[in-house]
Design a binder for this molecule. Sequence first.
Ligand code: PHE
Length: 346
Amino acid sequence: MLDKIRKLEKEISEFRDNDGGALEEFRLKYLSKKGLIPSLFQEFRNIPKEDKGKYGKLINDLKNEATEKYTRLKESVDTGDSQSGFTDLTRPAEKSFPGSRHPLSIVRNEIISIFQRLGFTISEGPEIENDEHVFTKLNFPPEHPARDMQDTFYIKRKSEEDSDPDDILLRTHTSSVQVRVMENEKPPIRTISPGRVFRNEAISARAHCIFHQVEGLYIDTNVSFADLKQTLYFFAVEMFGKETKIRLRPSYFPFTEPSAEMDISCTICGGKGCNVCKYTGWLEILGCGMVDPNVLEYCGIDNQKYTGFAFGMGIERAAMLKYQVNDLRLYFENDVRFLKQFSSSF
Ligand code: PHE
């Protein structure tokens, strides 16, 4: 009996808590109904009368010691209190959510990295622009109906009816950045311009007055439509998967001639037809074309020697297609339940 008590005393005093689990084992082993200390009280019944006083005290002391130790350790586990001296420093830390990148940043970075691999540089420019860089040098004459294509937020305007190259406005596309690049650099030029753009549109699931674009420009000798097509095909396959097909439909932009719109085969049904692609098998992704020789001339580039292509896409739209998001407003509402779902290496 005495040996047993001494052995338990030793075990209990040497016990160190590693985590909440070990402490619970301690309780079960020594203190619970079927534990070792209660079983000592059972044995105590058979002890000769004359020894009862001595053993009774020993077993009671043991029980008190074990209970006290258990209570103290339990408290320090519950409160994480290091003052007790028993806080387990090896315990894994509380999980904390490290945050994730916004889906628009992920898609923008992915688009940028694809074009960087083709040797495109990144260019940036002001969001508050003048008419000259957003319209005039991009071949929109003052009275040209194409100016109506993009409802513009004007900051300072000379006349309500006619545009003036000095009018101050929020850029409606990042083509304005490319005008600035052409003014300041000599070909070969290979650049993409990611950025925020503004259009006076009612906010809905498919449109917003603020959105993001990546536009691209390539100017050199002998740049052809075939170069444009192959570049965009490479982009589509890298971005949406190697099964992706593209098609180009004739279109119109004042600053490109010829102009086209590019569709990719539907990311959901692969082209068979579904409600996302409205049973056409195709999804519109970007506008493109060969830079109009007038634009080159306005920006001081010899249009006899150089040709170029340009393209532009909305990042929200590309992200909607990539992640199958059907309401553009989700990107701007900052609901963490939505934002938490995106993780990426970009
Ligand atoms: N700037 C056009 C837009 O905002 C896109 C575009 C860029 C089209 C370059 C053709 C060439 O819609």
